[in-house]
Design a protein around this ligand. Structure first.
Ligand SMILES: Nc1nc2c(ncn2[C@@H]2O[C@H](COP(=O)(O)OP(=O)(O)OP(=O)(O)O)[C@@H](O)[C@H]2O)c(=O)[nH]1
Ligand SMILES: [Mg+2]
Length: 207
């Protein structure tokens, strides 16, 4: 799929203010600093579209980006940011849970996992929470350029094994790098195929 246009649409803290769910939507989520915003910029080919930072906790709102005038990418704040307060983390969890459960047009959640790390409990727990709610997800392993391929493969295999304790079927896994564009074609192909089958869902107008 060619990306012809990508534009920032809106930032939100309120579910009621989200754009109407008439377009297919893909959310990017994962630990703070895992590379969500960088990966979004790489996929759409626009540097600086989603704001990135070396410091975790950069993305604080739910940001919608309209792609090719026909579908949305959503950049979400990261989870597990140690420096945010407990009440903040609680609010985040509530807000994201609400978004994931209620967003009628959400087609797939891309869960980003740092390919340099062994399986982390927080990531496994997040995958389980999606599984329990029946929300389709795909695993994107990030920052592959930071190490040799065998190490990434080893960590991906370990993650798969950890998930097999909870899942019968493992979702697709794609190794990516925002630096050298690894995984770009695979992710865009997956989105393109899903877009072809998108039917505008029934929804209630916000109060
Ligand atoms: N080498 C390398 N660095 C990356 C890659 N992806 C992200 N980074 C770096 O990792 C840091 C965090 O990237 P972000 O894209 O801001 O991460 P995020 O997940 O959006 O972070 P929050 O919004 O804070 O949750 C930045 O310094 C990026 O330059 C990658 O594929 N390769
Ligand atoms: Mg971010």
């Amino acid at each position: 799929m060619m990306i012809k246009s990508a534009e920032f649409t809106v930032s939100n803290t309120k579910i009621s203010k989200l754009p109407l769910p008439t377009l297919a939507e893909y959310a990017f989520i994962g630990r703070s600093n895992v590379g969500k915003s960088s990966l979004i910029n790489m996929l759409v080919g626009v540097k600086g579209l989603a704001k990135t930072s070396q410091k975790p906790g950069k993305t604080q709102l739910i940001n919608h980006f309209l792609i090719n005038d026909s579908w949305f990418i959503v950049d979400l704040p990261g989870y597990g940011y140690a420096k945010s307060s407990k009440s903040n983390r609680h609010e985040w969890a509530k807000f994201i849970r609400h978004y994931l459960e209620k967003r009628e047009s959400l087609q797939c959640v891309f869960v980003l996992i740092d390919s340099r790390l062994e399986p982390q409990k927080i990531d496994i727990e997040f995958c389980c929470s999606l599984g329990e709610r029946g929300i389709p997800f795909v695993l994107l392993f990030t920052k592959a350029d930071k190490q040799g391929a065998p190490k990434s493969q080893q960590n991906m295999a370990a993650f798969r094994k950890a998930l097999l304790e909870f899942f019968e079927e493992i979702p697709p896994m794609i190794l990516t790098s925002a630096e050298n564009h690894l995984g770009k074609d695979d992710v865009l192909k997956m989105i393109d195929e899903t877009n072809q089958n998108f039917v505008v869902p029934e929804f209630n107008l916000p109060q």
